[in-house]
Write a protein that binds this ligand. Structure first.
Ligand code: BES
Ligand code: ZN
Length: 519
């Protein structure tokens, strides 16, 4: 098992390492060069690189602090990391990146967390029995809404975590989510700020407070940052990677918030920062949640949802138990079968911790990753200036399916419903306003009214009217209290004694011989 896991760590780390190529070529500020970074990296891989560099004269200075379970914990800086990544890329031609950590103990913890996490364990009871509430919501997503969010997010020059526009794009998401939640006092939206040495880009979290079990939390997330291979500046539209995931989530938020749907468990939508530089936002949040004993019962990751790379499949689920929870992933497949019966799915794996689901999985929380296509058929324009919505025919048809899946996930894992507002029925002949009918008497020969106040049993008497007047009590003044009133046939007038202040007014109405009929 350990060996099996190590193989995956091995490939994870390589892929992670290639990525460093992307992030740092233009890092020329000396501060950036000196900034300390802890990374975990496969020990054998590292040795090959070191041997090679000795042979070919590339100087890489890496402070290898220790080796545990075949993984090296290295203290380095962004400048050295760049060289390391370049070497990794050169020797292994694998994807990209490294796993970055804030401290040595965090680096060590992530190794043991990864080894302990068991993706085959069923941690939650899954049921699908909320069709009457969920099915109508699923029908409410619209493709143009999803498309607009992709267009807006990819219009930022770059959402790379350390660029000024990355703060603007985070603010765009926060503002957009806040606007969608107007009128919902159970929904809040906030930045989750990370330590400045981790990233200046805040994550964004929208929270819907659960009505029944608020301490159980369902997470849906995607990363808000983009990246461009080979340069830290310049255009990085990231339309598919991962404006699409944020757009799918945003449309699910719109439908849930505007329909009035209220989940029984707390639901959190997250736009993680700095995923592209080593899952920094999601790892920060998952670490914080674990430290605060927050009971996350499930996490769904949406990263790349708008490129249908295989015509036969709408969803490709990551099914490698080293990276995701299998029972929860099976539950998601059942959600597709139940709610989206015309859509298809398949199994796939990217064979390393290629997105934010790993941050939750590592901490022992059930995580799943429905993806746009089998991994080798995904959008290859990612991390380039060509990652625009044009690659998806300027449509968000594919990403909209993930909005629907997200809605079913909320509706069946957090359950909930749209509360029906029953208008309070008003008691008739309620003179004292306690919503109970009061006994009343009009004695015409003396022009006297009485009513027995149900609110306190007190009797109230009024001299109002004459012997020929016809009583027509009702709430004429709109204060939810019945007013004493009569119709005087001889003068064709209505008299109303205001319940508010017992002053009266009269109103000419009707003709002699009429029979009053208030209502
Ligand atoms: N969206 C990608 C992950 C991805 C790429 C999934 C291709 C499937 C196919 C993600 O944003 C990314 O680039 N991840 C990095 C790893 C991360 C830990 C820095 C990667 O894959 O190199
Ligand atoms: Zn991505």
């Amino acid at each position: 098992m350990r060996r099996y896991k190590s193989i995956f760590i091995f490939s994870t780390v390589i892929c992670l390492a290639v990525f460093a190529l992307f992030i740092s070529t233009k890092f020329n500020g000396s501060q950036a060069e000196k900034r300390e970074t802890w990374v975990t990296i496969d020990a054998n891989e590292l040795k090959t690189i070191q041997d090679e560099s000795l042979r070919n004269g590339t100087k890489i200075e890496l402070n290898v602090k220790r080796i545990q379970d075949g993984i090296a914990v290295v203290l380095t800086n962004d400048g050295e990391l760049e060289k390391l990544s370049g070497e990794m890329h050169k020797h292994f031609q694998k994807c990209a990146g490294f796993i970055a950590h804030q401290t040595e103990s965090e680096a060590l913890n992530s190794i043991s967390d990864f080894l302990v996490a068991d993706g085959n364990q069923q941690l939650v009871d899954y049921t699908i029995n909320n069709q009457s509430n969920v099915a109508p919501l699923v029908a409410q997503t619209t493709e143009p809404n999803v498309r607009q969010t992709i267009i807006d997010l990819s219009a930022f020059l770059t959402r790379r975590h350390d660029q000024p526009t990355a703060i603007q794009s985070a603010t765009y998401i926060k503002d957009k989510w806040t606007a969608l939640a107007v009128g919902r006092d159970d929904i809040s939206v906030a930045f989750f700020n990370h330590p400045t040495n981790i990233t200046p880009q805040p994550s964004v979290i929208l929270t819907i407070q659960g009505t029944v079990s608020p301490n159980e939390v369902v997470v849906l997330g995607g990363h808000q940052d983009s990246i461009r291979s080979g340069t830290t500046t310049g255009s990085a539209p990231g339309a598919d990677d991962d404006a699409s995931g944020i757009a799918s989530l945003t449309e699910a938020i719109r439908v849930i918030a505007q329909s009035g749907f209220r989940p029984e468990k707390t639901v959190k939508f997250m736009a993680y920062s700095a995923e592209e530089v080593g899952l920094r936002g999601s790892r920060g949040i998952a670490t914080d949640f674990q430290a605060n004993n927050i009971n996350v019962i499930g996490a769904m990751q949406l990263d790349m949802t708008n490129f249908k790379g295989n015509p036969s499949f709408d969803f490709a689920f990551e099914t490698n138990s080293s990276y995701v929870n299998i029972p929860q992933t099976d539950f998601m497949k059942s959600l597709v079968t139940t709610y989206l019966p015309t859509l298809t799915y398949t199994n796939t794996t990217c064979n390393y911790g290629c997105s934010d689901h790993l941050a939750w999985h590592e901490k022992g929380y059930p995580a799943s990753f429905p993806f746009e296509a089998p991994f080798n058929q995904h959008n290859t324009a990612l991390h380039t200036t060509n990652d625009t919505i044009a690659r998806s025919n300027n449509m968000a048809t594919h990403a909209e399916k993930f909005s629907k899946l997200a809605i079913t996930y909320v509706g069946e894992l957090a359950k909930g419903s749209i509360p029906t507002v029953v208008p309070e029925s008003k008691a008739r002949f309620d003179f004292d306003g306690d919503n109970k009918t009061d006994v009343s008497i009009y004695r015409p020969n003396v022009g006297q009214w009485w009513y027995l106040r149900s609110v306190d049993g007190g009797n109230r008497a009024f001299s109002f009217g004459t012997s020929s007047d016809i009583p027509i009590p009702a709430d004429y003044t709109g204060d939810d209290k019945t007013d004493l009133a009569f119709w005087r046939d001889s003068t064709n007038e209505v008299f109303v004694l205001r319940s508010e202040d017992t002053t009266f007014f009269s109103y000419p109405y009707g003709a002699t011989g009429d029979i009053p009929a208030p209502g």
